[in-house]
Design a protein around this ligand. Sequence first.
Ligand SMILES: Cc1ncc(COP(=O)(O)O)c(C=O)c1O
Length: 375
Amino acid sequence: MALFDVYPLYDVEPVKAKGLYVYDKYKKKYLDLYGGHAVISIGHGHPTYKKALRQQLNRIGFYSNAIQNPLQHQLADEIIAQSCCENYQLFLCSTGAEANENALKLASFETGKSRVIAFKNAFHGRTSATVAATDNPNINAPLNAQHQVSFLEFNDLESLEATLKKGDVCAVIFEAIQGVGGLDEPTESFVVEMEKLCEKYGACLIADEVQSGFGRTGTFFAYQKYPIRPHVISMAKGMGNGFPIGGVLVRPDIKARYGMLGTTFGGNHLACRASLAVLEVLKKSQLQPHAKDMGDYFVENAKKIDEVKKIKGRGLMLGLEFDHEVGEIRKKLIYDHHIFTGGSSNKNLLRILPPLTIEKKHFDVFFDALKKCLT
Ligand SMILES: Cc1ncc(COP(=O)(O)O)c(C=O)c1O
């Protein structure tokens, strides 16, 4: 039977992975600077992770959300301890889109309103409300057009206030560093004012940390560079190091009621155990400060390459912008030098989203290869 053909694929078939490397069926070794799209946070096949999942599978792998599951409480406590998001409440699901869909739904329940403010070039997922809040007509079906969404530019406070003033906005959703859109960031003063305006006009502020969360940018969440306390924080990718898990942190002033949100798979035993193992490694190996240090090392080296017009991002959510498209460079990197990298909707941007366990020697290999690709 044919697969429903929606993905343009590279001709590589990984069969094994360890640390920073992925191995194909011919035993060829690839350096993974893409982390399966910012998912592999603690490295492929980390021993702590494998042991935790194996042990959990031998006890109980799954049961639905109809029973007591102390692992969910343990996970909530550990996320709060590491993120310092004091008193937030945790709801677990399985993907980034599901986390954002629940975040938007919560905002609508909370405010009784339905318009969403999102930003140009945002990517929030492919479910009903999240894709409507994603600035890409190619992935929006007529069904999704029923949502009321206003797309604004980052840093345009005037339009933000004018839209909020109309009184029908339930949520402002933003990425502190845009992932798929190409690593653009709002200014600190805009973010701080945006929070104030949300409070003034009774809208919820949602920080989409699906890609940037769990230590990737050097702080636990990327928005934490700013002194704000969003109503809802969504997370997913790095949370499970490949095990599908997502979640939302909900500010304590938003009250839960039975049936408000729900899912069959979210927060199951294996998923919680995977995320607890990620958090254990993040803490023990001090991967948050390490991400910052490695990001600084990357930037230092990127500055030496004349062809690089702009260096974007922070920590290990990074991009190199050229004055030409990077498709050919990515192909050369993967087929000639065996290095995985990422693209974005900005065709001139090469994205780097490696496991947080990366070391300087891996970046040295990358820069040598990049220089060869550019000559
Ligand atoms: C910022 C952001 N939000 C949401 C999503 C959607 O996550 P998922 O693909 O797990 O549904 C993505 C995926 O790339 C993302 O980068």
